[in-house]
Design a protein around this ligand. Structure first.
Ligand code: FPP
Ligand code: MG
Length: 306
């Protein structure tokens, strides 16, 4: 685990560094590969509506990144994922027992830091973690469900991903000192962006191998995202449905899945769904004070759109 110049990463390293050696070392690789730090950047950008205490903002950023890290460690156990952020998933390198325990320890470190930052912070973080767990449960339950209605999928994505984006915006907004109407608007901005973000992430499973994991990983687990769910509703021949539920379904079937989903307009429909939620996020931003902070958030959001 290397120390970092960036203040959020500095606190992330500090928090994980306080764990006992075996637990700390188990997640060291992920701390060294922190990803794009989207969530802490979002928190920091929301705090810019006021004149926040930079030290507190960096510590809050580390809290949300650590909750995110813990959720990924557990998610990779549940998803039996091999790769995370271009390296082996924690449970592949250390085994599932250590992965689960190290994830828990990270969550505890985030919780203690949150409590030190204030009772409201600790409550908001704990509430979010419970919702994430509910979202993940819904994700597990939908395995091999080719008939999952899109509104149910959106509800799942809201809980699995949207609520953490919401937390980031909420914590940043409160630090900025904006009024309660603007806090609520920023929270809504966060949840809507989070939904759009996850819908686009689900598109990647069909489009290309990303840095994070090979394409098709979700489909092989029976987790069908927005493009495939939309395509299934339009597939009058039933071929896509039959293919996805074939007991011998394997990586070799993925190119045909991609063809069918594209032919039935699934990827287009998913991008339209993401656009709906990007639009709602921007509408919520319209209820925040005009100025450089709002414009910076618009730029961040636009940069994340394909
Ligand atoms: C990634 O989804 C997973 C999440 C967004 C949420 C994971 C939540 C839990 C495991 C609940 C427990 C929470 C904590 C804080 C320990 P994905 O599998 O669609 O994305 P991926 O492609 O990046 O794996
Ligand atoms: Mg996963």
């Amino acid at each position: 685990m290397t120390s970092a110049a960036d203040p959020v990463r500095y606190h992330l390293v500090r928090l994980v560094g306080g764990l006992s050696a075996p637990l700390r070392d188990t997640v060291g690789g992920l701390v060294d590969r922190p990803g794009k730090l989207v969530r802490s950047r979002l928190l920091t950008a929301c705090a810019e509506f006021g004149r926040p205490d930079a030290g507190r903002v960096a510590r809050l950023g580390a809290v949300v990144e650590l909750v995110h890290l813990a959720s990924l460690v557990h998610d990779d156990v549940i998803d039996r994922a091999a790769i995370r952020r271009g390296g082996p998933a924690v449970h592949r390198a250390a085994g599932p027992e250590l992965a689960v325990l190290a994830g828990l320890a990270c969550l505890s470190a985030a919780g203690m830091e949150a409590a030190d930052l204030g009772e409201g912070v600790a409550t908001a973080v704990s509430r979010t973690v419970a919702e994430l767990a509910h979202g993940e449960l819904l994700d597990v339950e939908r395995g091999f469900d080719t008939g999952l209605p899109l509104p149910d999928y959106v509800d799942l994505v809201r809980r699995k991903t949207g609520v953490l984006f919401r937390l980031c915006c909420l914590l940043g907004a409160v630090e900025s000192g904006v009024d309660s109407a603007a806090v609520a608007a920023l929270a809504e901005f966060g949840v809507e962006w989070g939904i759009a973000f996850q819908v686009l992430d689900d598109c990647l499973d069909l489009e290309a191998a990303g840095d994070d994991k090979p394409a098709g990983t979700d489909h092989l687990l029976g987790l069908f995202g927005a493009p495939t769910l939309a395509a299934l509703r339009r597939d009058t021949t039933g071929e896509l449905h039959r293919l996805l539920l074939t007991p011998s379904f394997s990586g070799g079937d993925l190119p045909r899945v991609r063809e069918l989903v594209t032919a039935h307009g699934g990827l287009r429909a998913a991008r339209t769904l993401a656009d709906v939620h990007f639009g709602r996020a921007l509408a919520a931003l319209g209820r925040t004070p005009d100025g450089p902070a709002r414009r910076a958030l618009v730029r961040m959001l636009e940069a994340s759109r394909p």
